[in-house]
Design a protein around this ligand. Structure first.
Ligand code: ADP
Ligand code: MG
Length: 348
C-alpha cells in the first residue's frame, strides 16, 4: 500500500501534532493567499477577479481501491482531478484545501504518503495548500479536496455557451484511464486467486498512468489564452466523452455531430482495449477519468488551432432538433447516449 513500512500510531501525535506534521513544509506562493493554515479560516484576496470554487469527495471502496492505488498517487490524483474543474472553467487554480478522514488502520506513514502526493501536485501546478480538516473515520479512508481559482469575467467558460456551427474540440486522447482501470482490476483478481503471481503490466505503462496519475490540463488553458481563443463552452472529461458532450448540448440547448474516426485514442489504449475484448470507441465515450478538456470554439478560431497536435476537432454543434449524433467509422448514425451508444458491448 505504501513504501515506508514503519508504523507510527497517529494517536502519539494528536490531531494538532498531525496537522502540523503534515503541513509544516507547505509554503504560500500566491499573492492572493493572504492567510493559509493556522487560523479559523484562510483569507484570500482576488482583487477584481471572479472566484472559482470546486469540491470533490473521494471515498475508499467507492472512488478508489487501495488494493492497487498507491497512497502517493491517491493524494496526487485527488488534487489533480479537482484542479481540472477549475481549468474547465478556463480559470487559473491557486489554492486547495485538503480534508482527510482516517480509520485506525492508517499509521502516520500512510498519511505522509498521501501528503507526498498532495505536495507533488501542488508543486507541479503552483498551488498553495491553505487549509483542510482532519478527523478519524470508523471505516476506510476519506479524502476531500476543494480547489479555488480565478478568472476575469470575460474569460470564464460555462457549459452553456455553445452555438450552432461551433467546432467541438478535445485535448489529448481518451479512453486510456478506463482501459488502465480494467488492467488493474484484472491483475487484482489474479492476485487474489494466487498472491504468488506477479502482476503482468508489461507495455501497459501508458494506460496505467492515465488511471493512476491523471493531470489537469492547465497547459490547454494557457494555450487558449496565448492563441487568443475563448472557447464558447468547456467541460472536463471526468465521466466520458458522451456524457460531457451531452452536458454541453443540453445546457446550450443545441445538438451535435460527433465523428467516431476523429476521436483521439492512443495506440496503447486501442490495442489494450482490443485485448480485453472492449471497443476502444466505447471506452472513450463512456470510460471517463481522462480529465481532458472538451470545448467548443467559433469556426473563425479554427486557423489558430489547426496545427496544434494536442487538440483534436471531433465534430460540430448543430441545431437542437438535429439531436446529438455520432457518425460511426462506417458512416452509420448513432444517437449519442450517456452510457455509450452501445453500452460496452463485447467485441466477439
Ligand atoms: P478547526 O477546529 O477550526 O476546524 P483545525 O484544528 O481543524 O481547526 O485546523 C487548524 C488549521 O489547520 C486550519 O487552518 C485548518 O484549515 C488546517 N488543517 C486542518 N486539517 C488539515 C489538513 N488535513 N490538511 C491541511 N490543513 C489542515
Ligand atoms: Mg477542523
Amino acid at each position: 500500500m505504501f513504501e515506508n513500512k514503519e508504523r507510527t500510531d497517529i494517536a502519539e501525535l494528536g490531531e494538532f501534532g498531525l496537522i502540523r506534521h503534515l503541513t509544516d513544509n507547505f509554503t504560500l506562493q500566491h499573492e492572493s493567499s493572504v492567510k493559509g493554515i493556522g487560523d479559523d479560516a484562510a483569507v484570500l484576496d482576488f482583487k477584481d477577479k471572479q472566484v472559482l470554487i470546486s469540491t470533490d469527495l473521494l471515498l475508499e471502496g467507492i472512488h478508489f481501491d487501495l488494493a492497487y492505488v498507491p497512497l502517493v498517487h491517491l493524494g496526487y490524483k485527488a488534487v489533480q482531478v479537482n484542479l481540472s474543474d477549475i481549468y474547465a472553467m478556463n480559470g487559473i487554480a491557486t489554492q486547495v484545501t485538503v480534508s482527510i478522514g482516517l480509520s485506525s488502520r492508517f499509521p502516520l506513514e500512510a498519511v505522509e504518503e498521501i501528503y507526498k502526493g498532495v505536495r507533488l501536485a501542488c508543486d507541479k501546478f503552483n498551488i498553495d495548500l491553505v487549509g483542510g480538516d482532519t478527523s478519524s473515520s470508523k471505516q476506510g479512508l476519506v479524502i476531500s479536496v476543494t480547489s479555488i481559482g480565478y478568472a476575469s469575467k470575460d474569460e470564464i467558460c460555462y457549459r452553456n455557451g455553445a452555438r450552432e456551427g461551433d467546432l467541438i474540440c478535445v485535448s489529448g486522447d481518451l479512453g486510456g484511464a478506463y482501459v488502465g482501470l480494467q488492467i488493474l482490476e484484472r491483475e487484482k483478481l489474479i492476485f487474489l486467486e494466487n498472491p504468488n503471481i506477479q502482476p503482468d503490466l508489461e507495455g501497459k505503462d501508458y494506460v496505467i498512468e492515465r488511471q493512476l496519475k491523471p493531470e489537469g490540463r492547465r497547459d490547454i488553458v494557457d494555450l487558449l489564452s496565448q492563441l487568443k481563443i475563448r472557447p464558447t463552452s468547456m467541460i472536463d472529461v471526468s465521466d466520458g466523452l458522451a456524457s460531457e458532450l451531452l452536458h454541453i448540448c443540453q445546457q446550450s440547448d443545441k445538438g451535435c455531430a460527433l465523428y467516431e474516426e476523429k476521436i483521439p485514442i492512443d495506440p496503447v489504449t486501442y490495442e489494450t482495449a482490443r485485448e480485453l475484448g472492449l471497443d476502444p470507441t466505447v471506452c472513450a465515450l463512456s470510460g471517463g477519468e481522462d480529465y481532458e478538456l472538451l470545448f467548443t470554439i467559433s469556426q473563425s478560431d479554427y486557423d489558430k488551432l489547426k496545427h496544434d497536435v494536442d487538440v483534436s476537432v471531433i465534430g460540430y454543434i448543430t441545431e437542437k432538433n438535429e439531436g446529438c449524433r455520432m457518425v460511426s467509422k462506417s458512416d452509420v448514425i448513432h444517437e449519442l447516449k450517456a452510457q455509450g451508444w452501445n453500452a460496452f458491448h463485447k467485441m466477439g
